[in-house]
Design a protein around this ligand. Sequence first.
Ligand code: DX5
Ligand code: ZN
Length: 220
Amino acid sequence: MKNTLIAPSVLAADFGNLQRDIEMINNSEADWFHIDIMDGVFVPNISYGMPVLEAITKHAKKTVDVHLMIIDPDRYIKTFAELGANILSVHYEACTHLHRTLQAIKAEGMKAGVAINPHTNIDLLEDVINDIDLVCVMSVNPGFGGQSFIENTYAKVKKLKALINRTGATTLIEVDGGVTNKNAKQLVEAGADVLVAGSFVFKAENPVQTIHDLKKLTSF
Ligand code: DX5
Ligand code: ZN
């Protein structure tokens, strides 16, 4: 049976009631916390940084999955490890020496992830796939929550799954952006292992129930 992991994106939480929303995730069937760090350079938006992450990891009782949307991420790998990140994903498009960056993340005791923009070809990961613990396939252009899902994502996930199978890699496939109950099952059928959901969870009347429903819909 497939156990799809659900990772609510804290970007869509109520920051005036952050501890409440973190406890909601702790008490739900969610598997991971997804934390979006944006620098206003790599993406046209600034989210939150170290003090907020520190506050989150203090209360979070589940895996903390940090998605860096920043240029030159190597500068902060050690800091994110110290702040309690368990998985650290960098953008393919932001790394000149991706292989080196992945080794540096692992050397700090974290799982190493690579996020790819909608325009980036999966084939570019072939030579490094065995070094990647998680590929975060962006199903929107990164920078904002609440955007619509890009339909080409299904094809990208299938292509990535084929690459993983062909190379014998153990890489997990995460899909990030515009995930709802309308596309979740099809994404898992295409090969997704982890679904990030921001607005769909936090804008719901009952987020705990919504997480439960997503989990149920994608575990078959
Ligand atoms: C987008 C972020 C996503 C975002 C997802 O740049 O990487 O993680 O928070 O939010 P929704 O689910 O609302 O698209
Ligand atoms: Zn993200």
